[in-house]
Design a protein around this ligand. Structure first.
Ligand SMILES: [Zn+2]
Length: 529
């Protein structure tokens, strides 16, 4: 190990780094690390930054912090957000415009990941993702480049990598696994990790406060929180079920899920050797628990505050542990998010809840009754799609149907603007909302209406949880922070987007996107040579 080519070259590399001007990244990184905190809003750093002592603190204090970073599209959800991060392109170009259908793929079945849990889960793959991303660009120069991506969610592990095969793992049925898109088995290191039963050891565990209760300013007992499906669990401590099967289904809503992601990622760095070759490798760690807790308790809750303190702690441990495996000098990081989140309308007293569920379901039933065809009407937030070819085949005037749905939508409280395919095509170039929808909807995608909500209105038909997915600033505004050797801590206030991260990582690695991208190389991170 100590005789690896990298270690033998290390003294020379360190001398070269010491001699280099501090503002420029001189050596190509061995490992580019993307850390995604699902649903992380930048204002959490403002609120809790002084309390962070671990990994989030390190990004905040040692990183180049872009304070005006955005997911620059309309359906601010996990799948489209993650697909922008390393592709350099918006959802209209990646083809991943919403969570559904996203990565669902029954042809790519989940592989058996351990001998203990055989439950079948729907398969997942990047089959709908179009074009290339950072990992493809790295492979184009060096076919030996390696990738490791780990998340609780399938879409969050898959989409930053793109279509390429690689080490892409997510949590399903109590174990970490992959799908037949990538492999017909899990690697031995992951099999061994699963067999150790780490998740099951959390059965019955109690989630209490991480720090002294006096240091939490938020009220704990807010009865509008976490009331989905009739649950009434909104005060500390929260208890994981004493039954392991039920606990594994609830674990996603508890902070420890993120610690498992970090642990699998580190085990994977050991097992795959990413970052320990000549050349540049890619590591993606996407953490989903902030999203789950944010949905349940909201961005202003004591629970979210506690989750961020724990995430900060574990991220610090992860960064220290990673540095043992891959020298810090060879590593460059970006931390970002796939979207933000809205406060509970019940907390703010403004806005409310609005949903197209009833309208979409009624429309589907009407056409089934009238024409005996399932027209595949589905809705996701403010977006309604259908099988337009099936409608046209029965002589249905699709534009009239769109217009009728748009008129009905505009009668609902909280609905701000509604586009149909015709009105979006006619909208002027300076129309900001139209611009966001054009960046969201792939040209070949069938759709009926695309709506935006008024400030404070969320696309949720039931109480008890909150949501993201709108074009409001709290949903689009995300942290973008780079950290690594040669980067001097600073704040950058100009507007940037998550599409800039992939091309910037590419420039640091000395490769270029192999197709046109909308994202731009951030000169604060990768100055023109
Ligand atoms: Zn979410």
């Amino acid at each position: 190990m100590f005789r690896s080519p990298f270690m033998r070259r290390l003294p020379a590399l360190l001398l070269a780094l010491a001699a280099a001007p501090v503002a420029a990244q001189t050596a190509r990184p061995k490992l580019e690390v993307l850390i995604v905190v699902d649903q992380m809003r930048p204002d959490y750093f403002d609120r809790y930054g002084t309390e962070f002592t671990g990994g989030l603190a390190r990004f905040l204090r040692s990183g180049v912090v872009f304070t005006n970073g955005f997911q620059d599209h309309a359906l601010t959800e996990t799948a489209p957000g993650h697909a922008t991060l390393l592709s350099g392109r918006p959802p209209a170009s990646t083809g991943i415009f919403a969570n559904d259908p996203g990565v669902v793929d029954s042809a790519s079945v989940l592989v058996p990941a351990s001998a203990t849990r055989g439950r079948m889960w729907p398969g997942s793959s990047p089959r709908r993702f179009r074009g290339t991303g950072l990992y493809d660009w790295l492979l184009a120069r060096d076919s030996a480049s390696r990738v490791l991506a780990v998340s609780r969610k399938d879409r969050s592990a898959i989409l930053p990598v793109g279509r390429a095969r690689g080490n892409v793992f997510w949590f399903a049925g109590g174990v970490f696994t992959t799908s037949s898109w990538y492999s017909d088995s899990v690697p031995s290191w992951l099999y061994a990790w699963n067999m150790r039963g780490g998740p099951a050891a959390l059965t019955g565990k109690q989630w209490g406060l991480f720090r002294d209760p006096a240091t939490y300013a938020e009220a704990d007992s807010m009865s509008y929180e976490n009331a989905e499906f009739g649950e009434r669990d909104f005060t500390f401590p929260h208890m994981l079920p004493a039954d392991t099967g039920r606990m594994l289904l609830k674990l996603r809503d508890y902070p420890w899920m993120d610690s498992l992601i970090f642990d699998v990622a580190l085990e994977g760095v050991r097992g795959t050797g990413v970052g320990r070759r000549e050349g540049t490798d890619l590591l993606v760690v996407s953490l989903s628990t902030t999203d789950a807790i944010g949905h349940d308790y909201g961005p202003d809750s004591r629970e979210l505050h506690d989750q961020l303190l724990r995430l900060d702690h574990w991220l610090g441990w992860f960064l220290d542990s990673l540095a043992v495996l891959v020298p810090r000098e060879g590593t460059v990081f970006a931390l970002t998010s796939d979207h933000g989140v809205q406060p509970f309308p019940e907390r703010t007293g403004t806005g409310g809840r609005v949903s197209f569920k009833a309208m979409a379901q009624r429309t589907a039933q009407e056409y089934l009754a009238r024409y005996d065809i399932p027209i595949g009407v589905t809705w996701d937030l403010g977006f309604i799609t259908a099988d337009l070819a099936a409608l046209r085949a029965r002589g249905v005037e699709v534009d009239s149907l769109s217009d009728a749905l748009a008129r009905e939508a505009l009668t609902m409280p909280g609905v701000d603007r509604v586009f149909t395919p015709r009105t979006l095509a006619r909208a002027p170039a300076g129309d900001e909302t139209a611009r966001l929808w054009r960046r969201t909807i792939p040209p070949q995608q069938d759709w009926l209406i695309a709506a935006t909500s008024k400030p404070g209105w969320i696309w949720v038909d039931a109480p008890g949880w909150t949501e993201h997915g709108t074009t409001q600033r709290v949903d689009m505004h995300v942290p973008i922070i780079f950290m690594g050797t040669g980067l001097t801590p600073r704040r950058v206030t100009r507007k940037v987007t998550t599409e800039d991260i992939g091309p910037t990582f590419a420039a640091l690695a000395g490769v270029r996107p192999t197709e046109p991208v909308s994202g731009r190389v951030l000169p604060e991170i990768a100055p023109p040579r």
